[in-house]
Design a protein around this ligand. Structure first.
Ligand SMILES: Nc1ncnc2c1ncn2[C@@H]1O[C@H](COP(=O)(O)OP(=O)(O)OP(=O)(O)O)[C@@H](O)[C@H]1O
Length: 265
């Protein structure tokens, strides 16, 4: 069973960005996520690992209310961002998703120019007063996503014309452009080749200096490379959460041990 005290002893309260308590998710009758408690830290990469169908993506989607868009999904429990309940009736999910950005498995740029892909969020959230400010935001986001040098001379070309790895970095730039506090990534490298994967992993490490990053990954090597904290999910339960090094070298739960040694999965 997950031991709350371990987390609370390890960090000071101010480091906690997202606090989840008693989170349950049902899809119709299916109980997909069972009583999840976890504290996700600021300026830290947290990896969610576990066998297929164990609820990693379901929990990730709870953190920015993406499950609201799935009619049969029902979420119970509490998730707070900086102590504020994100499921409070007064919270606008669109505003919330600007603060808690998301990058998906398959790069999904809009059918728009590279510039407009990145400018989209800042425009709808009114983050710039004029074109010069918007240009600045777009450049900063593309630099932040390590893509600027590759695209600066073709900002008006379609985002869909970039390579897969570039498209994924464009999607990261799009998420970063609204100055999020948390970035959620659902298997962001699964459609990428090893070189593009390496670039995105390097980027994740840089992004952690600015905000909290949560990444769902099927690759234990990737979790070990990019994350400082790891959460292991199994059959809808958060079985174990701790320092990535500890999870991989001295797991406390036999199910975690079985998964990392390749016996379940
Ligand atoms: N939109 C949905 N409608 C119905 N059931 C769903 C839906 N999304 C997920 N589920 C179910 O909830 C459970 C958890 O799924 P989830 O996608 O969160 O797992 P996961 O750990 O991310 O899996 P994977 O690693 O394969 O992506 C699974 O049994 C899945 O079939």
């Amino acid at each position: 069973m997950y031991d709350m005290n371990r987390v609370e002893n390890a960090v000071s309260q101010t480091d906690i960005k997202i606090a989840a308590r008693g989170v349950q998710v049902y899809y119709g009758d299916k109980h997909a996520l069972k009583d999840v408690d976890v504290d996700i830290l600021d300026k830290t990469v947290t990896a969610f690992i576990g066998p297929s169908g164990c609820g990693k993506s379901t929990f990730l989607r709870c953190i920015n209310r993406m499950n609201d868009t799935i009619p049969i999904a029902r979420v119970e429990g509490k998730i707070a961002l900086d102590g504020e309940d994100i499921y409070d009736r007064r919270v606008d999910p669109v505003q919330l998703r600007a603060k808690i950005g998301m990058v998906f498995q398959k790069p999904n740029p809009f059918p728009k120019s590279i510039y407009d892909n990145v400018a989209y969020g800042p425009r709808i959230h009114g983050l710039s007063r004029n074109r010069a400010e918007l240009d600045e935001i777009v450049e900063k986001a593309l630099r932040g996503a390590a893509l600027w040098n590759e695209v600066k001379d073709r900002l008006q070309e379609p985002g869909t014309g970039l390579s897969g790895g570039q498209q994924q970095r464009l999607c990261i730039a799009r998420a970063v452009a609204t100055a999020p506090e948390v970035l959620l990534m659902d298997e962001p490298c699964s459609a990428l080749d090893p070189i593009a994967t390496g670039q995105v992993e390097e980027l994740i490490d840089q992004l952690r200096e600015q905000f909290s990053v949560v990444i769902v990954t099927h690759s234990m090597q990737q979790a070990a490379r990019v994350s400082q904290k790891t959460a292991f999910f199994h059959l809808g339960n958060l079985v174990e959460y701790g320092e990535t090094d500890d999870i991989f070298t001295k797991p406390q739960d036999s199910r975690t041990e079985a998964y990392i040694s390749g016996r379940i999965g």
